[in-house]
Design a protein around this ligand. Sequence first.
Ligand SMILES: [Zn+2]
Ligand SMILES: [Zn+2]
Length: 542
Amino acid sequence: MDWADELAASVSGPQVVNDSKTPSGTVHVGSLRGPVILDVIVRALRRAGVDTTLLYGIDDMDPMDAQALLTPDAIDTEMGRPLAHVPDQAADGHASYARHHAQTFIDIFAGLGVQPDRYYWMSDIYPTGAMDGFIRTALDRAANVREIYRRIANVQHPDDWHPIQVVCPTCARIGTTIVTKWDGERVFFECREQLVTWARGCGRSGWISPFGGAGKLGWNLEWAAQWSLFGVTIEPCGKDLSTAGGSRDRADAIAREIFEREPPLNVPYEFLNIGGKKMSTSKGRGAAAHEIADVVPPEQLRFMFIRPRPNQVIEFEPEGTDAIPRLFDEFDRFAAATAGRPVRGEIAPGFEATFAYSLLDPNADVAAQATLFRPAFSHLALLLQIPNVDLAARVAAEKGSPLDEREAATFDERVRAARAWLETYAPERAVVAIRDALPADAIAALDDDQRRYLGALADAALSADALPASGEAWQDLIFAVAGEAGLPNGRAFAALYAAFLGRSNGPRAGWLLASLDGRFVTARLRESASPDGAPPGVGGAA
Ligand SMILES: [Zn+2]
Ligand SMILES: [Zn+2]
């Protein structure tokens, strides 16, 4: 059983699944793990017949604290203000900085098939008064809140500290204010010049009502209040927040002891680590979600996030590696297994659910999707580099019949992805230029047994009823002939790369040969075996 199905089987009654996010700055690809996990949980619950609602909150009353994202003239006025009150720095029609950045991730979520039933904005919620009861309770029980921080997180707030901040009526900042008294209707606040390092308060102080949008709960309290307000029953949460004494522990304790409600079920999830490699250097690529999404289509991205259990770290190193081609290959293996076709190697239990949850459309016909013909990514990346190849015709020939409409769409998507991969993350060895003429120097540098191997491979290929038609068929033959000749695989591959690329490395050799015209391949193999026109090698398998 897939992890999400296990979870769905463990709950009872209607479920409200929630997450929320502060709308600031670029969305890192790793931050998409949460939304995809959220979506898979919702799909698993619905598949199990559980009435389920997915909510997503925008914490846009949080203060602006990232100077780098403001235009220089805006820094003085805007730092410390609620994100919802900061003007859109891009001036492209959004009502605020928060709306602009939230739109970015809402669009990314939609592109990944993550469709919350409702987005809620804290800047809309506070003015309705819906949070007032929680604000009152938190203020009435401020001493208990302080005690929770002390006990759970070892944080000692001053005795006059209160768990709310107000919007300063003079300078409109919220990050610079502190509340020190509560008389049952109003709070006494100070807008301190040096409360935080990233924004400067105006020095105003006085009594003010904290209700109706004038004030906002501290983060852990706001989180716990959202659970009560929306009846949240499940909320996954990243490892950084799930540590002992961390934000989630505090919010859980506040939910139980201050708002007197059992907190939602947590599904803690690990990070996605983008390798220490220079992700944003060589070709100007970074780990921003939209940049990865240009190369990895949504279903493969979903697959990457949900194949491991949430508590497993994902290491993803796309730069200069085969990580992206391997991701496609794994996806295709899961599809094949789901379609009931034999696959190489072990496959994780629950593979059918993993494949189903990777699909963009929650209502997709999984069996039909599993049987679709999908050209191997590496093969496409190779074919794209071979001159005069009719890509669509080659792929149809590989399938054995014309592609249907969905297959053609998948083909187009993969061609775009492969092209983008070659231009960005692909390692040097994946970039090939087939030599028109025999690379004489490289062939001359081979040993005799390597040259004999090339001749034997040509003989073996020509001795069959038909030349190998696929990368796998060529790959099998390459290994078989090397085995018969007693030639280590590495030296066999080196000979092949020398014959076709004039160098010692290259992409998977079987697929390299399959991408070329078969007669050209066998002629080149024979020519390489006896470059001086001498009789063909003596080790022929024919
Ligand atoms: Zn905008
Ligand atoms: Zn102020």
